[in-house]
Design a protein around this ligand. Structure first.
Ligand code: MN
Length: 237
């Protein structure tokens, strides 16, 4: 890890992010420009989230590891005697359901970092410039596509160096898989899902990125249990 201040964040399943490096003058300027562009409707807001339902796929860990409960929702009232003028529900789900944020304390390597929980992380950390690296063609050709430093180098050759403090999002079009089984893509040898190599994660850490986002159920490659270190996006980011 190149900075001792705070661990990066990671986003999964349809990551949505926009802009400003933490508390810097440059960040303030970017935020002002962003707000002005929003007010002038020069920025189109695209909702990348997906509506939660009982069939929303959640990550499946092998025994004896504990798993997430499925999303559940029950009606409290719907303009009926239980509540004549209002509609509302109870719901329950795991923290890592649908579009979600992996807080720095999610992984053991981040457990002692200050302000590492979602409710204590400075909100400014959530808003930062965003680099989208399009790997959709590679992911379509190879479900086990490994995102490598070479793919970062190719992106940087076209767009310039990834600015420190940016979010980096790997586009795979994985979120277009509406069938839960195809989304999780579990095979006999584990999930076949694209993700980064340890070397690619190390390079992103070297770039001092704010965080890393993907479209699949987790931020690591489906076979990352066998990587060195295991689950590098979780362990190093
Ligand atoms: Mn997660």
């Amino acid at each position: 890890m190149t900075d001792g201040l705070a661990r990066r964040g990671i986003l999964a399943a349809g990551a949505a992010a926009a802009l400003a490096s933490p508390a810097s003058a440059q960040g303030q300027g970017a935020l002002a420009a962003f707000l002005a562009a929003l007010a002038a409707r020069r920025i189109e807001i695209i909702d990348l989230t997906q509506t939660l339902h009982p069939g929303t796929p959640v990550i499946q860990l092998p025994p004896p590891l504990a798993n997430t409960e499925p999303f559940r929702m029950s009606e409290i009232s719907r303009y009926d005697p239980r509540g004549p003028a209002w509609y509302w529900n109870n719901f329950s789900c795991g923290e890592h359901t649908g579009t979600h944020f992996d807080a720095p304390i999610h992984w053991i390597t981040g457990r002692d970092l200050p302000d590492g929980a979602t409710d204590t992380l400075p909100p400014a950390r959530m808003i930062a410039p965003c680099c989208v690296i399009d790997c959709s063609a590679q992911a379509a050709a190879d479900e086990r596509f490994v995102f490598e430093p070479q793919h970062i180098a190719e992106w940087e050759a076209r767009h310039g160096r990834i600015p420190a403090g940016s979010w980096v999002l790997m586009r795979t079009d994985w979120s277009k898989r509406t069938d839960p089984a195809a989304f999780l893509n579990m095979k006999a040898d584990g999930p076949h899902v694209p993700g980064p190599s340890a070397a690619a994660v190390r390079l992103l850490v070297e770039r001092d990125v704010n965080g890393w986002g993907v479209e699949a159920v987790g931020t690591d490659h489906g076979q990352a249990f066998a990587f060195e270190p295991p689950f590098p996006a979780h362990a190093l980011m």
